[in-house]
Design a binder for this molecule. Structure first.
Ligand SMILES: C[S@@+](CC[C@H](N)C(=O)[O-])C[C@H]1O[C@@H](n2cnc3c(N)ncnc32)[C@H](O)[C@@H]1O
Length: 225
C-alpha cells in the first residue's frame, strides 16, 4: 500500500491512526450525520471529475462518493490503519500510503483533488497547497472542506466558547488533552476565508473562492489550477 514512512507520525495523523477502526461511527455519531452531508456537498456538481485524488482520505468516504463518475480514484493517507479500513470498505479504489506534503505522484497527475476535513491537520498548510498545485493538471479543480469559525460575531463567540470552555475541559477530564488541544489549535490557527484564498493564489492557483456551510461552522474552498 505504497511507500514506507520513517520517523514519528505527526500528531495530526496519530490521533486518527489510533481510532481508525471506529472513526466512521465516531464522526457520524458526534456530528449527528452532518459530516456526511458536508461531504456530499463537497462533491456536488462534479459530473466528470476525471482522475481524482482523495487526499488524506481516511476511510475514503469522499472518494467513494465520486468513484462511479470518475475515471479513477486514488486515496492517499499517512495512517496505515485508516487505509486498511478504507481498503476493506472499498477494494475497488487504489490506496497509497504517503505524506500530503510530499506525495509520490508526478507533476500534473490529477484532474480533481478533494481534501475533506484534513488540511488543517497538515504540518504546513502553505506547503501542502504548493504540493496540491504541483500534482494538479492545468485547468484542474481542487475542493477543500474544512471546519471554520463563523464570521458573525455572536456565532463566532459562541463557537469559540464551545471550543474553549466545553471541548477543552472535556478533553482534560477524559485524559485526552493532547487530542482536544490539537483539534482546538488547528481550528483557531487555520487561515480561514480570505487569508486562505490569498495563500492559494500565492501557491499558484488561478482562481480561489469559498462557500460557508451552516453559517460558517464549515467552509468549502474551490481552487482552479
Ligand atoms: C479528520 S480525518 C479526515 C478523513 C477523511 N478525509 C474524511 O473526510 O473523513 C484526517 C485525516 O488526515 C490524515 N492526515 C493528517 N496529516 C496527514 C499528512 N501529512 N499526510 C497524509 N494524511 C494526513 C489523517 O491520517 C486522517 O486520516
Amino acid at each position: 500500500m505504497g511507500i514506507e514512512l520513517k520517523g514519528k507520525q505527526p500528531v495530526g495523523v496519530e490521533i486518527f491512526d489510533k481510532i481508525a477502526h471506529k472513526y466512521d461511527s465516531i464522526s457520524s455519531f458526534l456530528s449527528l450525520g452532518i459530516i456526511n452531508r458536508w461531504q456530499r456537498k463537497l462533491v456536488e456538481g462534479l459530473e466528470s471529475p476525471g482522475k481524482v485524488l482523495d487526499l488524506a482520505c481516511g476511510t475514503a468516504e469522499v472518494g467513494a462518493l465520486v468513484k462511479e463518475k470518475a475515471e479513477k480514484v486514488v486515496g492517499l493517507d499517512y495512517s496505515l490503519s485508516m487505509l486498511k479500513v478504507a481498503k476493506r470498505k472499498y477494494p475497488e479504489i487504489d490506496f497509497v500510503r504517503g505524506d500530503a506534503l510530499r506525495t509520490p505522484f508526478k507533476d500534473k497527475s490529477f484532474d480533481t483533488v478533494l481534501v475533506s476535513l484534513a488540511l488543517r491537520h497538515f504540518e504546513d498548510v502553505k506547503g501542502s497547497l504548493k504540493e496540491i498545485r504541483r500534482i494538479l493538471k492545468s485547468g484542474g479543480e481542487v475542493r477543500i472542506l474544512e471546519v471554520s469559525i463563523p464570521k458573525n460575531p455572536l456565532l463566532k463567540s459562541l463557537f469559540l466558547f464551545f471550543l474553549k470552555r466545553v471541548m477543552l475541559p472535556i478533553g482534560k477530564l477524559r485524559s485526552k488533552e493532547d487530542i482536544t488541544r490539537h483539534l482546538y489549535e488547528t481550528i483557531v490557527n487555520f487561515p480561514h476565508y480570505e487569508p486562505f484564498l490569498k495563500e492559494a493564489l500565492k501557491a499558484g492557483f488561478k482562481k480561489a473562492t469559498y462557500t460557508p456551510l451552516m453559517a460558517g461552522v464549515a467552509t468549502i474552498y474551490y481552487l482552479k489550477g
